[in-house]
Write a protein that binds this ligand. Structure first.
Ligand SMILES: *Cc1c(COP(=O)(O)O)cnc(C)c1O
Length: 431
C-alpha cells in the first residue's frame, strides 16, 4: 500500500516513508491509496475476535508491505494492553471509554503505535529520528509515554508555560531518557508555530531527520479506527442503527472512525461535537471553510481553529458536500452548556464525564432529538481526573486519582525554558 499527498504535488511513498516524513514535501497530508472493505464475515463474527485480532485484520492492508505480520502482532499486543469498554448510561446511549491507557488520554493508542513503528523502522540504522511535537496538554503526555526508551528516536516536546494542567505537566516533564520537554514562554499557538517553522528550516533539516507525532502522521491517526470496531463489537447485538458522537479538535479521531466505516463497519451516522471553536459546524451550515484563531475553553484539547484532519474527511467524500452531510452532523457547545451537561449526566446517571466527553454527549443528544431510534455512542476521550479543577468545581466532588497518575505526581519536573524560535533552533542544533 502506498500513501499519496493530498496536495498531489509529491511522489507516492510507502507506509514507512509516510511515518518517517510525517508530512509530504508539498506540505500535504498523506492518505492511503485505497481502503478495501473487510469481508462481511469479519463483521458477522467480530464478537468472537480478540481486540488484537480485530486490529490486526483492520490495519494489515495499510502496513503489511513495511511491517512483517509477526512484528505487527507484537506491536498491537503491546499497544492494546488495556480495555476499551462501552458502558450504557441511558437507554439508547453508551459511552466508549478511551482513557484506560497509561496516560489516560485516548491518544495513548496512536502515540504507542507510532512509537513502535518508528522504533521498528529505525532498527539497525545509524541515524536517529527526532520527533518534534507541540502540545496543549494531552498529546505531550501520551507521546512522552509512548516513545519512552524507543531506540533511535529522540522526542522533543514543546508546551506553553503555565497553560497545561499540573498532571499533564508531570506526565511530559518527568520521564527523562530520550524525552525532552521545552517549556515555552507563550501560548500553544506559539509552540505550534515554532514546530511548523522548524519543519521548513533548511539548516535544521540538513542536520537531522525530523518528524511530527501529531495526528497528521498516518501512524498516529490510522490506529484510532480500532476504537470504533471495538465499540461495534460490544454494541452490535443491541441495535441495527449505531451513531457515534466524537468530541473533536483536530478531527483525526472522527476521520479514523469514517475509515472504519469505509472498511465496512455498519454505522449510520457520525456527529462531530465541538466547543466554541466551531469552524466545522459552521462549514456544515454554510459550506464555507473559514479557519480562525482558537478560543480557550474548558475542553482545551479541542481548542483548534483550523482542524488539520478535516481535509482528510473532505477527501474521503471527494469533496461532495451532499454525500458528506448525509453521514456527518456537527454541533458546537459553550462552556456553560458543557458544565450543565456534566452536572445533568452526573445527577441522572452518576456517571462522571470530563468536559470533552460532555461535549460529545451534548452532540449525541442534539442528534437524537430528531433521530430518537438511533443507538448513540459518545466517546469519553480523557479521564475526568485529567481535568480536575473543572470537574471538582462543576460536580463538587474529587474523582479518585488512579495509580498511573499518582505515580508521576511524585516525580521531579525537568524542563528547558525556551523564549522564541531561535531558542528552539539553538537547542536542536547543539544536541
Ligand atoms: C486530542 C483530544 C481530542 C480531540 O481529538 P481530535 O482527534 O484532535 O479531534 C478530544 N479530547 C481529548 C481529551 C483529546 O486529548
Amino acid at each position: 500500500m502506498k500513501f499519496y499527498s493530498l496536495n498531489q504535488q509529491a511522489p507516492k511513498v510507502s507506509f514507512k516513508d509516510a511515518v518517517i516524513k510525517g508530512i509530504a514535501p508539498d506540505r500535504g497530508l498523506y492518505f492511503p491509496e485505497r481502503i478495501t472493505p473487510l469481508p462481511n464475515s469479519f463483521f458477522e463474527h467480530i464478537e468472537k475476535l480478540s481486540n488484537e485480532e480485530i486490529a490486526f485484520q483492520a490495519i494489515h492492508d495499510f502496513v503489511s508491505e513495511d511491517i512483517p505480520d509477526p512484528t505487527l502482532r507484537n506491536i498491537l499486543q503491546e499497544v492494546l494492553d488495556f480495555d476499551f469498554p462501552v458502558k450504557e448510561i441511558e437507554e439508547n446511549t453508551g459511552v466508549l471509554e478511551l482513557f484506560h491507557g497509561p496516560t489516560m488520554a485516548f491518544k495513548d493508542v496512536g502515540a504507542r503505535f507510532m512509537a513502535r513503528c518508528l522504533g521498528y523502522f529505525s532498527r539497525g540504522e545509524d541515524s536517529e529520528v527526532t520527533v518534534l511535537v507541540a502540545t496543549s496538554g494531552d498529546t505531550g503526555g501520551a507521546v512522552a509515554n509512548g516513545f519512552l526508551g524507543v531506540k533511535g528516536v529522540n522526542v522533543v516536546i514543546l508546551y506553553p508555560k503555565g497553560k497545561v494542567s499540573e498532571i499533564q505537566e508531570r506526565q511530559l516533564t518527568t520521564l527523562g531518557q530520550n524525552i525532552t520537554a521545552l517549556e515555552v514562554e507563550g501560548t500553544f499557538d506559539d509552540c505550534q508555530k515554532m514546530v511548523k517553522t522548524a519543519f521548513l528550516d533548511e539548516e535544521i533539516l540538513n542536520e537531522m531527520q525530523l518528524t511530527s507525532a501529531n495526528s497528521i502522521n498516518v501512524a498516529r491517526w490510522l490506529p484510532q479506527l480500532f476504537y470504533f470496531l471495538f465499540a461495534y463489537k460490544q454494541t452490535k447485538a443491541k441495535t441495527r442503527k449505531i451513531v457515534f458522537s466524537i468530541p473533536s479538535g483536530n478531527f483525526g479521531n472522527i476521520c479514523a472512525g469514517m475509515v472504519a466505516q469505509s472498511l465496512g463497519m455498519p454505522c449510520d451516522h457520525f456527529i462531530a461535537a465541538t466547543n466554541v471553536n466551531d469552524t466545522v459546524p459552521e462549514f456544515m451550515k454554510t459550506q464555507a471553510y473559514r479557519p480562525k484563531p482558537s478560543t480557550a475553553t474548558i475542553s482545551n484539547a479541542m481548542d483548534v481553529g483550523d482542524p488539520s484532519n478535516f481535509i482528510r474527511i473532505r477527501h474521503l467524500y471527494r469533496d461532495n458536500f451532499e454525500e458528506l452531510s448525509k453521514n456527518l452532523s456537527s454541533y458546537s457547545f459553550t462552556d456553560v452548556e458543557t458544565k450543565k451537561a456534566m452536572l445533568e449526566i452526573f445527577k441522572q446517571t452518576h456517571y462522571v464525564t470530563d468536559p470533552h466527553g460532555a461535549v460529545g454527549y451534548l452532540g449525541l443528544k442534539k442528534y437524537q432529538e430528531k433521530h430518537s431510534d438511533a443507538y448513540g455512542i459518545f466517546l469519553e476521550t480523557a479521564h475526568p481526573v485529567k481535568f480536575l479543577p473543572v470537574v471538582e468545581e462543576t460536580l463538587g466532588l474529587t474523582p479518585e486519582i488512579p495509580p498511573q497518575i499518582e505515580r508521576v505526581m511524585h516525580r521531579k519536573k525537568v524542563s528547558i525554558p525556551i523564549r522564541d524560535y531561535q531558542g528552539l533552533k539553538v537547542y536542536l542544533l547543539k544536541r
